[in-house]
Design a protein around this ligand. Sequence first.
Ligand SMILES: [Zn+2]
Length: 201
Amino acid sequence: MFTEATAEPVARLIEEFNRLPGIGPKTAQRLTYFLLRAPAEQSRSLAEALIRLKERTIFCSQCFNITEEDPCALCRNPERDHQTICVVEEPLDVLALERTRTYKGLYHVLHGAISPVDGIGPEELRVHELLARVSRDQVKEIVLATNPNLEGEATAMYLHGLLRPLGMRVTRLARGLPVGGDLEYADEVTLIRALEGRREM
Ligand SMILES: [Zn+2]
């Protein structure tokens, strides 16, 4: 990919950008040459943000969302409904649901979905922690908001089987989310409808 015409630091940054999702070789080059022309301050600020990203973030010990402080701001907020927990696959799903400003409960981030093909079983997800949380706090409703695809449905079914005998209400987001799609890409109106139309499983 590189010839002797590419200085090593330039090649290195292009390679790093290229490893990111959604960034191909062309974009990686464009970003690198943009930074070369931009003031040094911009590169320094980007580098600092990258280092802080990993140094200053942890998982919330209750909901497993990404946070600076444990418990996270959502789990600490007394205004939220602590008896309703919405179970999602990824931290990005929390952002998507929060954008709707409709849901007032708490979250639980599984960090993935059950996928036998990829060797991901319940042990690889934060399922154990969810069960512990549910029996510790007096949870009244669990909203299963895993993605409307094969893995997401399988995960919802699995969790339903574990949670239903514990006596709380277990609901699933209403249909209408694009099938096979990811929650994080759903628009706000669709998400609000899916939340409001959630049904007992
Ligand atoms: Zn939390």
